[in-house]
Design a protein. Structure first.
Length: 222
């Protein structure tokens, strides 16, 4: 899923003159393991700092064991008000749709106010094909669950014996699609910001297998 956005992240790092990523709303952070391994092929000194308003410390520790260039913060980090000392390319994966327009603007405004570039990615869109795809997500859950690490018996029970997990994933996917900002709406968010003219904004979508990834990249003008 993340393969088509590698050039976008590399561009954001290059234009920001940094090799550090500040990931906001990291959640479990699992998708970053593969992304990190690919980015390091061209950015050998890459560093990724995992943050969240509700830090999943056990997941962060698991990820750090996979690659020593990961760091994490145990204290809560609000994407709307990131400490100024955290410098780097800010990233958000599959989480902007959780924020109402007022809060989404605060996330972007904070990046501008602290002179930090920001890259936001959404793996779905508000469209009929995207919603239909979510209806089939339980099949994916059934196929990949045995491969998820660390292994947990509860995950098996609530996937196969009592199929709560597949139903929740489908529901979450449909709601996420309905709440995802369109390209036009993301442009609207950016245009309402103070100082947005000091940044270059790239807002578009790229093909990712059978689906798409919407993205927003904001980098400070040189």
């Amino acid at each position: 899923m993340y393969k088509p956005i590698l050039p976008i992240i590399e561009k954001g790092l290059r234009k920001s003159k940094t090799s550090q990523i500040i990931d906001l709303g990291s959640g479990g952070g699992g998708g970053l393991i593969w992304l990190n391994s690919e980015l390091k092929k061209n950015i050998t000194d890459l560093k990724i700092i995992l943050t969240d308003l509700y830090p999943n410390i056990s997941a962060f520790k698991f990820i750090k064991e996979k690659a020593d260039n990961f760091e994490y913060l145990e204290k809560p980090i609000d994407a709307r008000n990131v400490p100024e000392g955290l410098k780097g390319l800010r990233t958000q994966f599959l989480s902007l749709h959780h924020f109402k327009p007022k809060d989404a603007k605060l996330i972007l405004q904070n990046a501008i106010d602290t002179n930090n570039s920001i890259a936001i990615f959404e793996g779905q869109e508000r469209s009929v094909p995207s919603i239909l795809a979510m209806l089939f997500s339980p099949i994916s859950v059934l196929l990949v669950t045995p491969l998820i690490r660390p292994f947990k018996i509860g995950r098996i029970i609530f996937t196969y014996l009592i199929p709560i997990v597949p139903l929740f994933v489908m529901w979450d996917g449909i709601v996420s699609s309905l709440r995802t900002y369109s390209i036009k709406e993301m442009h609207g968010l950016v245009e309402s910001l103070n100082g947005s003219e000091n940044f270059n904004w790239e807002i578009d979508k790229v093909k990712s297998g059978p689906g798409i990834v919407l993205y927003l990249l904001g980098t400070r003008k040189e």
